[in-house]
Design a protein around this ligand. Structure first.
Ligand code: F6P
Length: 343
């Protein structure tokens, strides 16, 4: 059995834990594991690297992916499907494990429909993949964002300022909500719950009236509806290779507006790629390891066209086609918990 493994989409802490676990479990079954470099592009470029017990050693604590990644889609290329099938059969892959986010699962499903034995492993710091309670990378990102909030408190308190922290979260505000609760934010702004700027201003003013001379506001980058209130400041956005708008920057505009409307000095910090980089947390290493081991067991059981998932702390699998085109948005009950502290 020859298994190809690829990582696709944005990098994420925990990817190397999955790669290591796949190679180790495959070795136990006597399977050969080939790393495909730079996502699906590696198949087109015929860029491969044999994964051995030696070269996956010592990588569980490393961020990013030793295989490299890209947002390349074979099905967007001229004759892409034929090239993909030809190259996979020429290389002699019996099965592929695609580790990626929603866009990558979409490609995995198309590959499966084209006749390739694909297994999906969900990955994103945004934690918004449908069908799995958690994705690895999320816990690490929340830890980093929480530490950032703790650190922003220092300047907020000393200078009596409103401090905004912008975190990732394209469609879902999981990172904002979790870190906001953990860091004691005074307002959390997420894509799923439209919050008017006037509502944020009311909370901030009432805090100052009560003698609270500083505030912390956490904003998810995808809270785009705010732009309607802030227009025409935010211009046209660039697109990434999956055709998605590049986000980031909403907090700068919001900070300006809050300062204007409250009269309080306001600053914004965009956490950016810091929250996606560096060492994975212990939780993400364990989850990545569980997914990696399980994905090889899925291959043994012939469970192709399916994605590994964690549900109620049990590792299981679901059809990839049930996952794509959907999102796991934040639990509004959890938002209500955060809201208790918006005052
Ligand atoms: O990993 C998902 C994500 O973090 C999104 O929240 C964000 O919009 C995107 O990646 C940005 O990644 P890149 O700049 O690498 O395209």
């Amino acid at each position: 059995m020859k298994i190809g493994v690829l990582t696709s989409g944005g990098d994420c802490p925990g990817l190397n834990a999955v790669i290591r676990a796949i190679a180790r479990k495959a070795d136990q079954f006597g399977y050969e594991t080939i790393g495909i470099m730079n996502g699906w592009k590696g198949i087109f470029d015929e860029s491969y690297k044999q994964l051995t017990l030696q070269n996956v050693a010592g990588i569980i604590n490393r961020g990013g992916t030793i295989l490299g990644t890209s947002r390349f889609s074979p099905f967007e290329q001229k004759d892409g499907k034929d090239i993909l099938l030809h190259k996979i059969s020429r290389e002699g892959f019996d099965a592929l494990i695609a580790i990626g986010g929603e866009g990558s699962m979409h490609i995995a499903q198309l590959a499966y429909e084209a006749g390739i034995n694909v297994i999906g492993v969900p990955k994103t710091i945004d934690n918004d993949i449908y069908g799995t309670d958690f994705t690895f990378g999320f816990d690490t990102a929340v830890g980093i964002a929480t530490e950032a909030i703790d650190r922003l408190h220092t300047t907020a308190e000393s200078h009596h300022r409103i401090m905004l922290l912008e975190v990732m979260g394209r469609h879902a505000g999981w990172i904002a909500l979790y870190s906001g609760i953990a860091g004691g934010a005074d307002v959390v702004v997420i894509p799923e719950k439209k919050t008017k700027i006037s509502e944020i201003v009311d909370v901030l003013k009432s805090r100052y009236k009560r003698g609270k001379l500083f505030s912390i506001v956490v904003v998810a980058e995808g809270a785009e509806y705010l732009e309607e209130e802030l227009k025409p400041k935010t211009g046209k956005k660039k697109l990434d290779d999956f055709g998605r708008e590049r986000l980031g920057g909403i907090s700068y505009y919001l900070a300006e507006e809050l300062e204007k409307r409250t009269g309080f000095e306001t600053r914004a910090t965009i956490l950016g790629y810091i929250q996606r980089g560096g060492m994975p947390s212990a939780f993400d290493r364990v989850l990545g390891t569980r997914f990696g081991v399980y994905s090889v067991e899925m291959i043994k059981a012939g469970k192709f066209g399916r994605m590994a998932a964690i549900q109620s702390n049990i590792i299981t699998d679901i059809p990839i086609k049930e996952v794509i085109g959907k999102l796991k948005l934040v639990d509004l009950e959890l938002y209500k918990v955060a809201q208790v502290f918006f005052k």
